[in-house]
Design a protein around this ligand. Structure first.
Ligand SMILES: [Zn+2]
Length: 691
């Protein structure tokens, strides 16, 4: 590489030497075995920040201009490694741990052995307060250094052994750093997501899929993580840790399948986990429970009826699982445990007095969709229970469907007084969904939140009300707020109002400087919502003059908005020329955006320019996008042009046919040539077999 450039790869750096031409040759050695998809080579102009954990060098590289943000994203790395070594019980296995941020990366991160690649989208400034961090991404990719790199799933069918583990250990670190409630809130959100997916008939481990990409789904990631959470709760922490440590040590530098994990668990626990893996991993879905509760004052018996309502099929089983039930009354709490295995079962619990709160699965260790409707008084008691964050979140879900003033007042209290930020966020969302005048009032009174995450949520939820007061509030935020993430939320909210003051505010932020041009992105999104051609000239001007300040994604979205805003204009020349000027941009994402924007613009004069893009390599995304854009434009053209279109299409087809025929001829020649020399290949084969 040229001097000044950095080359990074797996393992350790052996040497860097300058040759006679002044080029640097770098030699890296990965001397421990790993899977070939984890090989990495990164070259470019980078700067770095460094640290070490024990004798393991740690470094974080960014493109030169972004080094100022590196410390913020790097800060947890050392602590995460120390935590994982302790939690997993196996020392970090590689020579070093480097993370390198690159522009326009195809994913969030890639856990290449000892040299993780990260998207530069993870970088952030302190102006966003606590809204952003890189903790989750850094922890996830580092967990892969054990789960994925030290032991690697044998093929994509078992990808959850990589992704489920990485997701779960990220959650464990979250609990370690930010407290158990933070982790529980994460599991609460993923459980809502997983149980919100209907008709999923896929098992986590399955052999039938169209492409490997399909296996990197919510089953491998959050559901895989949930399976580990359930396993840990059933085994107990110590036994779970011993199992995982043995699983790693037994299979290190090798491939694994799910059965390898199950074998260790059965060996150490002395119990069969056949049913557990069968229902959670080899079959689809999760329990859907309908629960009813009743109290008999005479016998002092609580009755809990549990019905499994998930449709049973070849893919989805009736589930067997332990279920904890907690009863709370002013004099104390009673914990009971039952085993659920039937389609419908009644359970009776003798208690000393009627409980005020009844909680199923109070530790939140069961992945299930539970319908358990409670009287409002019990929900209010649950919402006030400071020891039970999941109970409060579940109470909010049901209270969000009520409209009475007392409930709105309780939600307002939760939004402004709950000790946990996640409950405050969900209280804000609940007020939005109640959507009454009182709920709007409560949100308007609550914009002054000290936690930026909650403040942003309140602004976003106010945007759900089409009222003058809500619009005015967004306008005020734009004047007083400093946090760019919250300004962006207010701008997007403001975009939804057809009010005379909106365009002026949006234009003001189009050219406001911000990190990675976040505010311009939000202003452009608001322009799209406003759908007003008045924005076209200033937008063209900004894009032409300040392209370098945009991220590729931001610039691509802006091109799309430009085509959209101008789609009904009489004169489209200026916009068309600007978009066409980006058809040969050096970045593919921007080429694609320009093609799609020209299709949206709907100006047939763009056909000539798009035809050039349609000659890109076959099966390239540019070519298929251009072909689609051309088809759209031709279809929309006036009938007068039809004959000309048809003629052009025939010419195109003829050309495509010629290209194909030539390729076929070439192929034939190659095949014939290979067949013509059988005498050369056969003896070799024989020799090889004879060894
Ligand atoms: Zn991953």
């Amino acid at each position: 590489m040229p001097e000044g450039m950095t080359v990074l790869s797996n393992g350790r750096l052996l040497s860097e030497e300058k040759d006679a031409h002044g080029l640097i040759a770098a030699r890296w050695l990965q001397d421990k075995p790993h899977a070939n998809y984890l090989i990495s080579l990164v070259a470019g102009y980078f700067k770095k920040v460094e640290d070490h954990h024990r004798d393991i060098p740690l470094a974080f590289y960014t493109p030169t201009s972004e080094i100022g943000e590196a410390p913020g994203s790097f800060r947890d790395t050392k602590d995460i490694m120390a935590f994982f070594e302790q939690e997993i019980g196996v020392p970090y296995p590689w020579a070093k741990y480097y993370q390198v941020c690159v522009n326009d990366f195809v994913a969030g991160g890639m856990e290449n052995t000892s040299i993780t690649t990260l998207t530069d989208d993870t970088l952030f400034t302190s102006a966003t307060e606590n809204i952003r961090d890189s903790q989750g991404l850094v922890a996830h990719e580092m967990a892969h250094q054990w789960f994925g790199d030290l032991v690697t799933c044998k093929d994509w069918s078992d990808i959850w052994l990589n992704e489920g583990f990485a997701t779960y250990y990220d959650a464990l670190y979250d609990a370690h750093k930010n407290g158990r409630n933070s982790m529980l809130y994460g599991f609460y959100q993923t459980a809502r997501f997983i149980t919100g997916v209907t008709n999923d008939t896929n098992a986590i481990v399955r052999r039938i899929y169209d492409s490997p990409d399909q296996m990197f789904d919510f089953l491998a990631y959050p559901k895989g993580s949930w399976v580990l959470r359930m396993l840990r709760s059933q085994l107990g922490e110590d036994l779970y840790r011993r199992c995982i440590r043995t699983y790693l040590e037994r299979h290190q530098f090798d491939n694994v399948v799910t059965e390898d994990l199950r074998a260790v668990i059965e060996e150490f626990s002395g119990r069969s986990y056949d049913q557990f893996f069968d229902q959670w991993v080899y079959h689809a879905h999760h329990p859907e429970l309908e629960v009813n509760y009743g109290w008999d004052e005479k016998t002092k018996l609580a009755k809990v009826t549990v019905k499994q309502t998930q449709p049973i099929s070849e893919q989805v089983l009736l589930f067997h699982f332990p279920l904890a039930v907690r009863f709370k009354s002013p004099t104390g709490l009673a914990d009971r445990q039952v085993n659920v295995s039937e389609k419908e079962e009644d359970f009776y619990f003798a208690l000393s007095e009627a409980p005020q709160i009844v909680r199923l699965d109070p530790d939140f260790t069961l992945l299930a969709k539970i319908k358990f409707e409670l009287p409002t008084a019990m929900l209010h008691a649950q919402l006030a229970d400071r020891d039970d964050v999941i109970g409060r979140l579940l109470a909010l879900e049901q209270l969000a469907a009520k409209k009475d003033k007392e409930t709105v007042a309780k939600l307002n209290q939760a939004l402004n007084g709950d000790p946990f930020y996640g409950v405050r966020i969900e209280a804000s969302k609940a007020l939005r969904s109640i959507h009454s005048d009182e709920a709007l009032e409560a949100l308007l009174e609550s914009t002054n939140q000290s936690d930026a995450r909650v403040r942003r949520q309140v602004i976003a939820d106010l945007g759900g009300f089409y009222r003058q007061s809500a619009c005015h509030s967004a306008r005020q935020v734009l004047d007083s707020e400093k946090n760019p993430d919250i300004l962006a939320a207010a701008l997007r909210a403001l975009g939804g109002y057809a009010k005379p003051e909106a365009p002026e505010a949006v234009l003001k932020f189009l050219n406001a400087p911000s990190y990675r041009n976040e505010l311009a992105d939000a202003a452009i999104a608001a322009m799209r919502s406003q759908d007003d051609p008045v924005f076209i000239p200033p937008l063209v001007e900004t894009l032409a003059q300040r392209e370098a300040e945009f991220t590729s994604r931001g610039f691509a979205q802006a091109l799309g908005t430009l085509g959209y805003l101008a789609r009904n204009e009489e004169k489209k020349d200026r916009v068309r020329e600007f978009l066409a000027g980006n058809l040969s941009h050096r970045k593919r994402t921007i080429q694609l955006a320009a093609i799609n924007a020209l299709a949206t613009l709907g100006d047939p004069k763009a056909i000539a320019a798009l035809e050039k893009s349609a000659t890109a390599a076959r099966e390239s995304p540019e070519r298929s996008a251009a072909e689609k854009a051309l088809a759209d434009l031709r279809a929309a053209r006036k009938p007068v042009d039809d004959f000309k279109n048809l003629r052009q299409e025939v010419l195109d087809l003829q050309k495509a046919n010629r290209d194909l025929r030539k390729e076929l001829d070439d192929l034939k020649k190659k095949v014939d040539a290979a067949r013509a020399k059988p005498g050369e290949t056969n003896p070799k084969k024989k020799r090889a077999l004879g060894k």
